[in-house]
Design a protein around this ligand. Structure first.
Ligand code: KG4
Ligand code: ZN
Length: 408
């Protein structure tokens, strides 16, 4: 036995480690995960216990902030320029050679075609060169399951995914079995926050120039008075679990233009009330999400879809890193007896780790592992699970009023 000087008598996969040889007989399965569905080029090497052996992430955020939104051809070019380096970095940091990998897992759906194409092409070349199995990954399933890398959450659990591209509620019944309870009918919550931030010209705010729209709104809202503006809560009289944020975005834009006229402010300059508008917008988004989530919980309970013991709501996606939204959701889960779990912010936004973890989950259950890759295609549009949104709507559950207030 050669105990590892760093990690003791447990497995150690550092390249230099003398303990390595002694443990090769019981070596855990290792997956390389690759993510390029939108504007992050991510790669990670993970072992089957969820230990991150190496990772790397290149964010295109700054470029897209500069151009006022994601231009797919620009995203494609940047993925192409960075993917090889990002994968090499993740592998290099892990000390794992390609031939030691059990499989490669890559996002193939849903996402921007041009971005997905780069990740898939790179991955297929890689698995063919190194003769490794390939595991195609659904980006939203990966967001939903990331939490299981950190906490022992059993199926079924309720999951709320809120990002720049998606807002949805689903019941996770298994690693590839989801019931879709509700989704956005127009834009995603993160997209609405990004556009509101742009209308407020927050890029020109000294504290916000490098932040995403959602992050900028959260930061400024901390010092804003949300009651200074009143925005109508979306879909108040519709008793389903779908979302809508386009109307709110228009309301806020109109309020901004009105204030600009009143204050004689040119487009691009900052209004005196940016913090109040940020706070009111964030609150309206949070309470809309909270009400639909509350209804989803009541629906699942009424149908016996959640376990009696430790029923759990998992919240993930970029917007889930918003502390205010998490606190509002905590009011809902406290009132309904659910346990609220959110992965750390770093794992809520797009990354290679969540893709690698989904690959591990699939390897463990022997699901979706491909040794022939000729047929693999990317799919820009791919629903999550079985759509039961109309059943939820038909149940027309009225949500009892809750005081969605946070004492700060
Ligand atoms: O999951 P993600 O990294 O990418 C996808 O859209 O798939 O999410 C990015 C979105 C952006 O719209 C960004 O503004 C939002 O998440 N976001 C936030 C926060 N951090 C990122 N929204 C609200 N509060 C935050 N702290
Ligand atoms: Zn995402």
């Amino acid at each position: 036995m050669f105990p590892c000087v760093l990690n003791g008598p447990v497995r150690c996969w550092m390249k230099h480690c003398t303990s390595r040889r002694a443990f090769t007989a019981v070596r855990p399965r290792i997956v390389l995960g690759i993510e390029t569905s939108c504007d992050e080029t991510g790669a990670a090497v993970l072992d089957e216990t969820g230990i991150i052996l190496g990772e790397s992430l290149h964010s295109q955020k700054q470029t897209h902030l500069d151009t006022g939104g994601i231009i797919p051809t620009v995203a494609q070019r940047l993925h192409g320029e960075n993917i090889s380096r990002v994968v090499q970095e993740a592998l290099g940091r892990s000390g794992i050679e390609p031939n030691e990998l059990t499989a490669v897992a890559t996002t193939v759906k849903p996402g921007l075609s041009l971005s997905l194409g780069i990740g898939l092409e790179f991955s297929l070349n890689f698995v063919r060169l190194h003769e490794k199995p390939f595991i195609p990954i659904h980006h939203m399933e990966a967001h939903a399951l990331t939490v299981r890398m950190l906490h022992p959450v059993d199926f079924p659990f309720l999951v709320l995914l809120v990002s720049g591209g998606h807002t949805l509620l689903a019941l996770a019944k298994g690693i590839d079995e989801f019931l879709l309870l509700g989704q956005t009918l127009d834009v995603a919550a993160g997209d609405a926050l990004d556009k509101i931030a742009r209308s407020l010209s927050l890029r020109n705010h000294p504290e916000c120039s490098t932040l995403s729209g959602g992050q900028a709104i959260e930061l400024l809202a901390k010092e804003g008075n949300r009651l200074a503006f009143h925005f109508k809560s979306p879909m108040g009289q519709i008793y389903d679990c779908n979302f809508s944020f386009a109307g709110l975005r228009n309301q806020v834009t109109m309020a901004i233009r009105k204030k600009e006229r009143e204050e004689g402010v040119e487009t691009g300059q900052l209004l005196s009330c940016v913090k109040d508008i940020a706070a009111a917008s964030q609150h309206t988004v949070a309470s809309h999400i909270a009400k639909r989530t509350h209804r989803a919980i009541l629906f699942c309970k009424s149908k016996g879809l959640l376990p009696q013991h430790n029923p759990t709501l998992v919240v993930s996606g970029g917007v889930a890193s918003n502390e205010y939204i998490r606190q509002i959701l905590k009011i809902v889960t406290d009132a309904t007896g659910l346990h609220l779990l959110c992965p750390p912010s770093k794992l809520c936004t797009d990354n290679g780790v969540m893709i690698a973890w989904n690959g591990i989950e699939r390897l463990k259950q022997g699901k979706g592992i491909m040794s022939h890759t000729e047929e693999v295609k990317y799919e820009p549009k791919a629903p999550l699970g079985l759509d039961i949104t109309s059943e939820v709507k038909d149940a027309a559950i009225k949500v009892p009023p809750l005081k969605l207030r946070i004492n700060s």
